[in-house]
Design a protein around this ligand. Structure first.
Ligand code: FAD
Length: 394
């Protein structure tokens, strides 16, 4: 095999970030995306300082900052009583400590910052309508076979093909992801439609019994992103299915009137049934490795799935650059570097849902007492492990 190209299956946030990271380390990359065009769904995303550290390393930090909204805090409201439980300040001391801000952004703006950088990069080839079906490998290289029968060769293959990854299915044979039984409804509304008394410069979370609602401004305050999650008992994975507004109204009929007004502010909703997986060790197979949701899908309750994919990408580039003549060893070093942290996030995301977002009765009271006793600095200290990762020295 004469090619020196690295193949990436999937052109989402993880796949494009990996392409940039590898090209910055001198590798040629081909991204294979199954969809006819490259893009992201029309919703918001929260990005912590750790993701900005990664985006700065990829050279897209400024592009993303230009489109982001820098919020003042993470606000937790009790959706059973309408009281404020706590605020994690995202002010100057936070930004100074972590040397980057916390922000919210439209997914399309984040994805297009990565895409623009990939398009300008002569070492990155982007292919659409290219669905990877399987791979094979030998001592000389790896081959990815597309569903149209075409085969591409490379020195390594990165499976960044998301929750239902075909590369993972072949590598780990661990079946479909676990359906959580939690349904998320999403909507983006013009700011004028948002109840005026709730137009806060914050990522606000209303925590109710077995449900929660999140809202924050996006796109220069033109719109508000709404995310409402409920324990529905759903047993099948669903992504982006339109649902009648009455269904969402009913699901949140038990929360305080102010929180219900958020739900009633939207006139169209789509639903996702959330999935994750048990942490798994084996996301490398010789010259093939997984990245992002394909490797470590998590519930969204730490708002870190995409942040982890960005961090993965930076680590992947560094490890391959350190061992360019031994892809198998380089990918194994990447796996070992990322596994403890991504496992921690998978488990923390579940725990966050159970103990912070969705408790009721005495558990709700215990949560409030625990969080109300914390100062802003307490929160910053406890987030050091998460947001300090990848921070540049002063
Ligand atoms: C409701 C919700 C809210 C969230 N909020 C946040 C948040 O605030 N902050 C955060 O950091 N994360 C958040 N996340 C998680 C985040 O969306 C994901 O972790 C992230 O999008 C994963 O990126 P990825 O590139 O690994 O996978 P994906 O985004 O799934 O991209 C995979 C890509 O691969 C392509 N593909 C799939 N199969 C193939 C194939 N066989 N061949 C070729 N291409 C293929 C797909 O078309 C897609 O383009 C949230 C998730 C949900 C559900």
């Amino acid at each position: 095999m004469t090619t020196q190209t690295i193949l990436i299956s999937g052109g989402g946030i993880g796949g494009l970030a990996a392409a940039l990271s590898l090209s910055r380390q001198g590798f040629s990359v081909t991204v294979l995306e199954q969809a006819p065009s490259l893009g992201e769904i029309g919703a918001g995303i929260q990005i912590g300082p750790n993701a900005f550290h990664a985006m700065d390393a990829l050279g897209v930090g400024e592009l993303v900052r230009a489109k982001a909204v820098f919020i003042d805090g993470l606000v937790l409201m009790d959706a059973s009583t309408d009281e404020q439980v706590c605020v994690v300040p995202l002010d100057e001391p936070f930004r100074k400590r972590f040397r980057n801000p916390y922000a919210v952004i439209h997914r399309a703006d984040l994805h297009s910052a990565l895409l623009e950088a990939c398009r300008k990069d002569a070492k990155v080839t982007l292919r659409t309508s290219a669905r990877v079906q399987s791979y094979s490998q030998d001592a000389g290289g790896v081959r990815a076979t597309l569903t149209n029968g075409e085969t591409l060769e490379g020195i390594a293959l990165i499976g960044a093909d998301g929750l239902h990854s075909a590369i993972r299915a072949q590598m780990l044979k661990d079946g479909p992801p676990m359906v959580s039984g939690h349904t998320t409804f999403r909507s983006v509304i013009p700011t004028e439609q948002m109840p005026e008394e709730l137009r806060w410069n914050a990522a606000t979370l209303w925590a109710g019994p077995k449900c929660h609602i999140v809202h924050y401004p996006l796109q220069g305050w033109k719109v508000f992103n709404l995310v409402a999650t409920v324990h529905s008992g759903a047993t099948e994975a669903v992504a982006g299915e339109p649902v009648p507004t009455e269904l969402v109204h009913q699901a949140f009929a038990h929360v305080v009137p102010r929180a219900q007004r958020i739900i009633h502010a939207a006139d169209s909703w789509k639903r996702w049934v959330l999935c994750d997986r048990e942490p798994q060790e084996g996301w490398c197979d010789g010259r093939v490795a997984l990245l992002g949701d394909a490797a470590h899908p998590m519930l969204q309750y730490m708002a870190q799935g995409a942040c982890m994919a960005l961090e993965d990408a930076v680590c992947l580039g560094e490890q391959l650059a350190a061992r360019p003549d031994d892809m198998t060893a380089a990918l194994e070093a990447y796996r070992q570097a990322r596994l403890p942290r991504t496992t921690r996030l998978q488990l923390a995301s579940r725990a966050m849902g159970e103990y912070v977002y969705h408790p009721d009765g005495p558990r709700r009271m215990a949560r409030n007492a625990w969080l109300q006793a914390k100062s802003g600095e307490d929160f910053h200290i406890s987030l050091e492990w998460l947001y300090g990762h990848g921070r540049k020295a002063a």
